[in-house]
Design a protein around this ligand. Structure first.
Ligand code: IPE
Ligand code: IPE
Ligand code: MG
Length: 242
């Protein structure tokens, strides 16, 4: 019996933990920054493929709140790659109808990146085909704390705090929860990514390092997703019957 929830449908929202740039570079005798540069190329490939396939929401973990603990030179390299990426990609995104959003504490980013992101977000805001969310200076626990603080600040009564009203105060407001969460490079953990939103996401772990994650790797992840049976607490018989 076909599973109507996934096998004949693409995920509406794919979230990716793009991991393994450092090890990819190390294995080739390159600097970690060179690994991140190769990782940025994989971002271009995957965004284009998702747009072609008709995936409506793509969320990429680009820099976690905890990544500030990395060496200064690596952080600098990552942020200059971000600027380069925005300069090159924003006109193309605009052309392809891709709206850029940022999940995370933008105010905590360096001024040049903050400015470029604000510009990119407003320039692509009309994009109707796909939303590309970049999780930058993002941590899921911080996101939840921020949402709770906003309830208190707005004087919301406890009985008005619901799953829906909480979801509306997360960065993902207005977008569906990720159907599929992919993590590359063999690690099998969430690293503080979309903890609330991924309650029912299908998880896909691959040993492939992020710079090697290409169209065929994405297609393999989507095929695995299509073979999953999503039940959301129901029995398989109930799913088959509806
Ligand atoms: C992912 O690759 C990119 C970021 C976290 C910014 P890593 O840099 O974590 O690569 P590994 O895990 O060290 O190989
Ligand atoms: C998660 O990868 C963050 C990003 C991909 C941006 P990390 O490499 O930072 O995660 P841990 O530290 O191995 O859990
Ligand atoms: Mg890593």
């Amino acid at each position: 019996m076909q599973n109507q929830d996934s096998s004949d449908k693409l995920p509406a929202h794919v979230a990716i933990i793009m991991d393994g740039n450092g090890r990819w570079a190390q294995a080739r005798g390159l600097s970690r920054s060179a690994g991140h540069r190769a990782g940025a190329d994989a971002v271009r490939t995957v965004v284009t493929r998702c747009r072609t396939l008709g995936i409506r929401h793509l969320t990429l973990y680009a820099f976690s709140s905890e990544n500030w603990n990395r060496p200064r030179a690596e952080i600098t390299a990552l942020f200059s790659l971000l600027l380069e990426f925005l300069q090159q990609e924003v006109p193309l995104m605009e052309e392809k109808g891709i709206a850029l959003k940022v999940f995370g504490d933008v105010d905590g980013l360096p001024l040049a990146q903050r400015t470029a992101l604000r510009h990119a977000i407003s320039r692509t805001a009309g994009g109707q085909h796909m939303t590309l969310n970049l999780a930058l200076n993002y941590g899921s626990r911080a996101e939840l704390v921020r949402a709770i603080q906003s309830f208190v600040r707005d004087g919301v009564r406890p009985e008005d705090i619901t799953e829906a009203s909480l979801a509306a105060r997360l960065y993902t407001a207005g977008q569906p929860d990720p159907d599929l969460l992919i993590r590359t490079s063999g690690e099998q953990r969430l690293s503080n990514y979309l903890l609330y939103q991924c309650a029912y996401s299908e998880l896909y772990f691959t040993p492939v390092a992020w710079p090697d994650f290409d169209e065929s790797q994405l297609d393999a992840a989507l095929a695995a997703y299509a073979g999953r049976s999503r039940r959301f607490g129901k029995t398989q018989e109930q799913i088959n019957g509806c």
